[in-house]
Design a protein around this ligand. Sequence first.
Ligand SMILES: *[C@@H]1O[C@H](CO)[C@@H](O)[C@H](O)[C@H]1NC(C)=O
Ligand SMILES: *[C@@H]1O[C@H](CO)[C@@H](O)[C@H](O)[C@H]1NC(C)=O
Ligand SMILES: *[C@@H]1O[C@H](CO)[C@@H](O)[C@H](O)[C@H]1NC(C)=O
Ligand SMILES: *[C@@H]1O[C@H](CO)[C@@H](O)[C@H](O)[C@H]1NC(C)=O
Ligand SMILES: *[C@@H]1O[C@H](CO)[C@@H](O)[C@H](O)[C@H]1NC(C)=O
Ligand SMILES: *[C@@H]1O[C@H](CO)[C@@H](O)[C@H](O)[C@H]1NC(C)=O
Ligand SMILES: *[C@@H]1O[C@H](CO)[C@@H](O)[C@H](O)[C@H]1NC(C)=O
Length: 813
Amino acid sequence: MLHGAYICSISSVSFIRSLMARALFFCVLFLFLSSLSAARSRLLATTSNATTYTRVCDPSRFAELGLKLKDFGYCDKSLSYDLRAKDLVDRMTLAEKVQQLGDKSTGVSRIGLPEYEWWSEALHGVSDVGPGTHFDQLVPGATSFPTVILTAASFNQSLWKKIGQVVSTEARAMYNLGRAGLTYWSPNINVVRDPRWGRITETPGEDPYVVGSYAVNYVRGLQDVEGYENTTDLNSRPLKVSSCCKHYAAYDVDNWLGVDRLHFDARVSEQDMVESFLRPFEMCVRDGDVSSVMCSYNRVNGIPTCANPQLLKETVRGDWDLHGYIVSDCDSIEVIYDDHKFLSDTPEDAVAQVLNAGLDLDCGATYTNYAENATLQGKIREGDIDKALKNLYVVLMRLGFFDGSPKFESLGKDNVCAGEHIELAAEAAREGIVLLKNADDTLPLNNSIKTLAVVGPHANATKVMIGNYAGIPCRYTSPLQGLSRFADVKYAMGCSDVACKNESLTFGAMKAAKNADATVVIVGLDLSVEAESLDRVDLLLPGYQTQLINQVAEVSKGPVILVVMSAGGVDISFAKSNSNIKAILWAGYPGEEGGSAIADVIFGKYNPGGKLPITWYEADYVDKLPMTSMPFRPVDSLGFPGRTYKFFNGSTVFPFGYGLSYTQFTYNIASSKRSLDINLNKYQHCRPLSYEDDAYKPPCPAVLVDDMVCDKELEFDFEIEVQNRGSMDGNDVLIVYSKPPNGVVGAPAKQVIGFERVFVPKGESKKVKFTFNACKSLMLVDSNSYTLLPSGQHTIMVGDGLISFPMQVNFQF
Ligand SMILES: *[C@@H]1O[C@H](CO)[C@@H](O)[C@H](O)[C@H]1NC(C)=O
Ligand SMILES: *[C@@H]1O[C@H](CO)[C@@H](O)[C@H](O)[C@H]1NC(C)=O
Ligand SMILES: *[C@@H]1O[C@H](CO)[C@@H](O)[C@H](O)[C@H]1NC(C)=O
Ligand SMILES: *[C@@H]1O[C@H](CO)[C@@H](O)[C@H](O)[C@H]1NC(C)=O
Ligand SMILES: *[C@@H]1O[C@H](CO)[C@@H](O)[C@H](O)[C@H]1NC(C)=O
Ligand SMILES: *[C@@H]1O[C@H](CO)[C@@H](O)[C@H](O)[C@H]1NC(C)=O
Ligand SMILES: *[C@@H]1O[C@H](CO)[C@@H](O)[C@H](O)[C@H]1NC(C)=O
């Protein structure tokens, strides 16, 4: 989402006008509110006398509008949400209906329906990027967690969920105070296909299963109301706030050498679609029960995603059974006719295509401007508008917009930026930070370090640490502040900014390093290098940063620790091999408490356990293939290497899943089944697979997963004992992969099937149990896009093969 400056400009005039009106309105309101016990004052009505209501279906609110509540079926709690939504929609004229189809839905005061702004954001904390949310004196800020790529590096599913829970608590509190909406267009779950992508910071990395697992946990953290997690009627399951998985689908080119997302046509094979691009979305909808999906700006194989009925109606709503609404990326209906010039569409044609494809809500004003005429011109059915609106209102009903949410109404100012929330932001950064090098066990530093040189463009980072889609943080703890808690700090920036255009400040940094017991160099990227609407063109540190690091390392009196802040990987091979640089940490963009987490790790208050959620390629990778080439598998005819750990077989700076610890872990596998004997019925047919060598070819190569009964029979489990043999408590991440039978053409080298983060005190051991089902964990997507279970010898691996054992699949007739 969001449009950067480019799209914003399209509708900026009315957009800004409404923001200003809102700001003014809330300023006036503020005086009034602060005189109330503020926590419960949510304003729904557009009435000028500023009476506050916590729900639409409040009898006195109706009375104030000159209406009788009991005349309105949509407020009748004895009816189902579906019926209530139908009643509401059926009361509207066509003109009124279309005014509710944009993110700024106007409401219909004639029938008691207030306005609602659908667009709010909460990618890593409540954000004011969407117009539905804002900060002011009453709520000056909200907790700003690390950006998602660092939180993903923790590989800790309960952390991901807990962050979602804290964010939704702050969001609800702000909603009660009239500062935020109930519908959040987060998370961003596009897989990282190319290291140059500008939005890596927003995502959980390159592996579809890890990304999908992040989505499920974060969405459940945002949405689930305690006690209703497993409600079987998904049409009425209550929501704490509504979450949205975006950007669907195959969206990961922002602006690369002039190719931008508003014009880009991603040419994608169905195999990659099923295997990689769609998988996180499928998990988000099926396992996360998300209440919204956003379609993207790009085209896929010629068709704008928001206009593709196969993607929306058939797959999301049909196959995956979405209970919620589908929303466009902002102004992306307009993008269809203005930028893609799809089928020479008129605005009405575009409206017809997206509505028929299953798009319910337009972030923008194209539906509201053109859906009425599209109906009058016979291009769409009014009944399809009704369906879209019903999808929207059922979500608002599940949110308590109409009936209230007693469970959450006591949340207020004190629940935003609460001490434990800020502490969780620090914890998330500590858990995510990845130790990439630690020669001679230089880290952690101890209290023999009295003076510390802290240099580099990010040494005093603040705003950089919260990346994009941020709000206003509660506060910042910069690296400088964090490290000052442990030693007497000598600070020198070394460069005036990230671009580091010249060497005029190098000498100051060298001087600081010469005289200190140890030196921490904090470098990296920021939103001027990698951002929405801005892809990278190389994988290097900008400007003179590399030179600064080398020169400082050359003269430093004490050990040199390099800290890299970035989302995408950086080719720091030079630092890996420089023996003066003893240790390297990757800190992502670590959020408002980032500096405190970095210092805790450097001084051993916390033993790092994060693992890289993406491959760090060598710099020349980007010379070998254009960013616009979509396939994950190598394209031999063009000399393009493969993408991600699954299909890239060359050398890397650091591989996916890499990360060290201050302690040593050893492993024992406690128990395991080593084969699965599966009886096939007459209707289960053997499917062909291609093998590099026919010698590998089993009599029955594979069977369709859809034909299998994926029950306990197909399960296998094992237990790993993790022993901490070092002298510090530590956190280990076990990443479990399956490796397909040898010789299957086009199969991935391996694929993540599960992972678990575990804390093990020094000298102790912990057992971790994994349970898998062959249908999900041993399957392959073949070149015809069938999902198959291959027979033969699979391999289960933990980490980089420290433990591995065979898993034989036999089909019997
Ligand atoms: C995972 O996150 C949870 C929630 O923040 C935390 O309590 C737990 O200690 C973390 N686990 C590990 C092994 O770090
Ligand atoms: C919901 O189901 C999950 C998984 O089956 C289970 O772990 C959890 O305890 C259940 N929650 C409730 C409230 O029943
Ligand atoms: C809708 O159609 C009417 C009648 O043809 C026309 O006057 C009006 O300008 C159209 N509205 C838009 C937004 O195009
Ligand atoms: C502190 O670290 C230094 C360098 O690793 C080491 O020589 C020294 O023994 C340590 N001191 C203490 C008190 O642990
Ligand atoms: C660090 O940055 C903060 C916020 O930008 C600024 O107020 C402070 O003066 C900086 N510290 C130093 C030592 O430059
Ligand atoms: C070095 O860069 C800084 C910041 O961009 C600038 O102010 C300064 O004039 C430059 N110095 C030289 C010698 O170019
Ligand atoms: C790596 O993949 C390329 C492209 O498919 C292939 O030509 C090469 O032989 C592979 N190298 C190794 C070491 O497997």
